[in-house]
Design a protein around this ligand. Structure first.
Ligand code: 4AD
Ligand code: MG
Length: 434
């Protein structure tokens, strides 16, 4: 097959006239006696192509007649505008090479969600998942961009760790030669050691949670964007978090208009987050709001449950910072607020539209005695945390940080029902394959 340079389908459409050569997969096919219509997709876009029986060699027609969807092809033809075609252009094929004839493709309409998950490796090719993956890529790029522009260093911590930082029951145990080790839930404790060298650091890395919950927002393996900064206090770390979310949402709105359209995402729901300042309320104020506006009576001291988070978020159209949760319900490293010692200097960022907690963060306790007491209370061995406790012995400084579940953010931005669709190959309690 004689072919000039291949271009992407999107570029072919941009060109809009003359001869083009494209390659990709057959997304749809329709055959009649005189015409074969193929919709070809590549990573960039789809385009309708037509093969006219009386205009092409016999062998080309015969080869095309055997095409099933997902067959990979290279083709040349002339492109022109055609209002009836799905993306407004059509290629009249003059030359066609079959790269590989696909077998009968097992994906179609009306298949169960579980089946789609079993066939995830093929379902990735769908327009929906392709759109999500493109947005996900923008999100990761935007996080790096945000922190690097502000002069943050990217820093990496071990995945295999001797002891946890967040709730014990969500630690995955692993057999490590003759010892028991764990998969990390957070980069934080190592990051707290590294700020003494680098001051401003961030990462995006996998975190692991042995979550028994089968909710639409829990994965056992997720990508965690975390930041740790020397000298910052609670207000300053909250400002940093707000800037991050705003930057990422703006980038997606700017770069992924087409993908958001494919996902049928109502972008009007995302706009307030780019424009308005996110409200900030204390946990106690949120309990009052829940009582007054939603008739929910939550006992002071309990962490907010999913339903409560969702109910209160019905009152807002942007993410909301909730601060000063009860100290006793919080992870050991969150310090007491000296002004109100039953609360901690911490925050969660809750997302609108039923998406729950996007970010958790806090100032970090620098009181060595208090940290040792909390760890012992949790049944931890202090020697496992020697590296952490040392940070409070040699030039300790106030510092703060937070962690954001990247799939939670992608889920909200894309308007997905389930977090499993925000990651290519999800891991949950019951889903480990493919
Ligand atoms: O609130 P978490 O547990 O906080 C930490 O791990 C801190 N050490 C972070 C830090 O300060 N550096 O988790 C942070 C975020 C949550 O807000 C949520 O977005 C996400 O991680 N997350 C999960 N995402 C998906 N599936 C899960 N099972 C998740 N658990 C937490
Ligand atoms: Mg949390």
């Amino acid at each position: 097959m004689k072919i000039e340079k291949f271009i992407s389908v999107k570029d072919a459409i941009k060109k809009g006239k003359d001869k083009v050569a494209v390659r990709g997969w057959v997304y749809r096919e329709r055959k009649s006696n005189k015409f074969i219509f193929l919709v070809i997709r590549d990573a960039s876009e789809i385009i309708q192509c037509v093969i006219k029986k009386d205009k092409v060699p016999k062998e080309l027609w015969a080869a095309a007649e055997k095409i099933l969807i997902e067959t990979s092809v290279k083709l040349t033809g002339s492109i022109k505008a055609d209002k009836r075609a799905p993306t407004g252009y059509e290629v009249e094929v003059s030359d066609l090479e079959i790269v590989h004839y696909a077998e009968d493709f097992p994906m179609g309409k009306d298949q169960s969600y579980e089946y789609l998950l079993d066939m995830r490796h093929l379902w990735l090719r769908s327009r929906k998942l392709t759109a999500v993956l493109k947005i996900r890529s923008t999100v990761f790029g935007a996080i790096h961009e945000y922190f690097r522009k502000l002069g943050y260093y990217e820093f990496h911590s071990p995945i295999i760790i001797p002891g946890g930082a967040e709730e014990g029951p969500t630690l995955f145990e692993i057999k490590y030669f003759d010892r028991q080790m764990y998969l990390t839930q957070t980069w934080q404790l190592y990051a707290e050691a590294a700020i003494f060298a680098l001051e401003k650091i961030y990462t995006i890395a996998p975190s692991f949670r042995a979550e028994k919950s089968k909710t639409s927002r829990h994965l056992t393996e997720y990508w965690h964007a975390e930041v740790e900064v020397a000298w910052l206090n609670l207000k300053e770390i909250i400002d940093l978090a707000e800037g991050l979310v705003k930057h990422v949402v703006k980038k997606v709105l700017e770069k992924n208009k087409e993908e958001l359209k494919i996902l049928d995402r109502d972008v009007k729901k995302l706009l307030p987050a780019t424009k308005k300042k996110f409200p900030r309320a204390t946990y106690t104020e949120i309990l009052n709001l829940l009582k007054e506006k939603k008739g929910f009576d939550v006992e002071w001291g309990k962490d907010l449950r999913t339903v409560e988070e969702e109910k209160v978020m019905e009152l807002f159209d942007t993410p909301v910072f909730v601060t000063h949760y009860p100290k006793e319900a919080m992870a050991f490293y969150k310090p007491r607020d000296p002004k109100d010692p039953k609360t901690a200097l911490c925050f969660d960022l809750l997302a609108p539209e039923g998406n729950g907690e996007l970010i958790g963060g806090s100032e970090r306790d620098t009181d060595l005695k208090e940290l040792e007491t909390s760890l012992k209370k949790l049944g931890e061995k202090l020697e496992d945390y020697h590296y952490y406790l040392d940070t409070r012995k040699y030039g300790s400084v106030p510092h703060s940080g937070f962690g954001m579940g990247v799939e939670r953010l992608v889920k909200w931005i894309c308007g997905l029902d389930n977090i499993k669709d925000a990651i290519p190959f999800p891991r949950t309690m019951t889903r480990t394959n493919p």
